[in-house]
Design a protein around this ligand. Structure first.
Ligand code: URP
Ligand code: ZN
Ligand code: ZN
Length: 461
């Protein structure tokens, strides 16, 4: 099977030009003006952008959490991702305490077998006795080249500083990358217990018990631990100016500290958590939403490359049956929100259309930098000869109103309900196969492949 995309405006992180793109089987094989080759299918992309498919490096499909399980599995979640222009994602395998990380990997590989797009996994480490350190090398050999550790959620996912240091020492040796959930979980837990004892149980207290200082402190500590271990560190879902300053300050000193933020921190605020009738629960995730003024600081962080990546932290729980679990207490609301489908639209509209970032920077934060950071580049994350034909034809002029009534995520609300965006994915190709076109789905469960990733060190040296 071959496909020729004619006359599109090809946008990569570095370039912007009009050309044809030839795809043979799963790969881009030629790029040029007025290509003479014949193809089984020809797509006229005049007036449209041709971009590398989005890569979302932070999702939680089918994840047991907070007494329930995230409502998208790898089939529904990846289908929704694809409709929004994302053609590859990195989800998380979770090691439960006492479990061998190899066993955790096998469980999550199985979950991923129904994926409709290519995927990989980070490994969440919750337990790392000296005897299991060698297992991290085994993960790297399997193409799992990043590990997430938690400084929050005591008793569930949180690990102590010694464990973090030990894991970082190992990644300094084996070239993998530690991804850090940076919030001071022990102090937050004291704030949570105090609020509950005082009868403060509404969703807003989720935010009020997790101050930005607790995030800034943990980011600072994570970077210091990485520095002592001689390893790079990647801060996930960074939400506040306090945390951003710590990353910026480290980078100014030449420390390899990296970070992502998410659309919710750029576009929503703590005010959303005060919505009446328990609607604030729709916005309960961790770190929490912040005061509005943090948003422009984060956009500036994207512009200056203090933040390299925008992911979604897609972790959907239905409002009616799942968020409901916390009606009596914010501490019982399952933490997480949906967004895998809307990342490219929101960043294009609020970033490019609003003049905050260039179209090249948009491609960089949603596709190229994630690919480089997590060992997928140049196989993915760019439009070049030899790259996987994960290609999105993007219509910059089409208008769309985001709504739970039309989205494809398996969740009964949208965090961005009613947001109007200009620019949307029109045709989505995954390794050369058209899996969605003008709102019609052609993909199949199980066609997505697990992708073995290279180590981080190679791409950023
Ligand atoms: O609230 C969130 N972010 N849920 C997903 C788990 C995590 O911490 O990333
Ligand atoms: Zn997290
Ligand atoms: Zn997450």
């Amino acid at each position: 099977m071959s496909t020729l995309i004619r006359n599109g405006r090809i946008i990569t992180a570095e370039q912007d030009y009009t050309a044809d793109v030839l795809i043979e089987k799963e790969t881009i094989t030629a790029i040029g003006s007025s290509l003479q080759m014949k193809a089984d299918k020809v797509i006229d992309a005049s007036g449209k952008y041709v971009i590398p498919g989005g890569i979302d490096v932070h999702t939680h499909m089918d994840m047991p959490f907070g007494g329930t399980t995230s409502s998208d599995d790898f089939e529904t979640g990846t289908r929704a991702a694809a409709f929004g222009g994302t053609t590859c994602l990195i989800d998380f395998a979770i090691q439960t305490k006492g479990q061998k990380i190899r066993e955790a990997l096998d469980i999550w590989w199985k979950k991923g077998e129904i994926s409709t797009i290519d995927f990989s996994l980070h490994m969440i480490v919750t337990d790392l006795p000296e005897a299991h350190l060698e297992d991290m090398n085994e993960m790297v050999r399997e193409g799992i080249t990043s590990f997430k550790l938690f400084m929050a959620y005591p008793g569930v996912l949180m690990v102590d500083d010694a464990t973090i240091y030990r894991a970082m020492k190992k990644t300094a040796e084996n070239g993998a990358l530690v991804c850090m959930h940076a919030e001071n979980g022990s102090v937050i837990d004291m704030f949570v217990q105090k609020a509950i004892a005082e009868g403060k149980k509404a969703p807003i207290y989720h935010a009020l018990t997790r101050p930005t200082t607790a995030e800034g402190e943990a980011v600072n500590r994570a970077i210091a631990l990485a520095q002592m271990a001689g390893a790079p560190v990647y801060i996930v879902h960074l939400s506040s100016a306090d945390a951003l300053e710590k990353v910026a300050e480290a980078r100014d000193r030449g420390i390899p500290a990296f970070a992502e933020t998410c659309p919710q921190y750029l576009l929503l605020s703590i005010e959303d958590m005060e919505r009446p009738d328990f609607e604030g629960a729709k916005y309960v995730f961790t770190p929490p939403l912040r005061e509005k003024w943090h948003q422009e600081k984060l956009w500036a962080g994207i512009k200056k490359n203090t933040l390299q990546v925008v992911s979604t932290d897609h972790c959907p729980f239905c409002f009616k049956e799942q968020k409901e679990l916390g009606r009596e207490s914010f501490a019982k609301i399952p933490n997480g929100g949906p967004g895998v489908e809307n990342r490219l639209q929101l960043l294009f509209h609020h970033g490019v259309n609003m003049g905050r970032i260039s179209v090249n920077r948009w491609v960089e934060i949603v596709s190229t930098a994630p690919a480089k950071m997590f060992g997928l580049y140049p196989r993915k994350g760019t439009i070049s000869i030899g790259s996987d034909a994960d290609v999105v034809i993007w219509d910059p002029n089409t208008e769309h109103t985001i709504s739970a009534s039309t989205h494809h995520m398996r969740v009964d609300y949208s965090m961005f309900e009613g947001f109007k965006v200009k620019g949307n994915a029109e045709t989505i190709l995954s390794r050369g196969e058209i899996i969605a076109d003008k709102g019609t789905w052609f993909g199949k469960a199980g066609r997505g492949k697990f992708i073995k990733r290279d180590v981080f060190a190679g791409a950023w040296k």
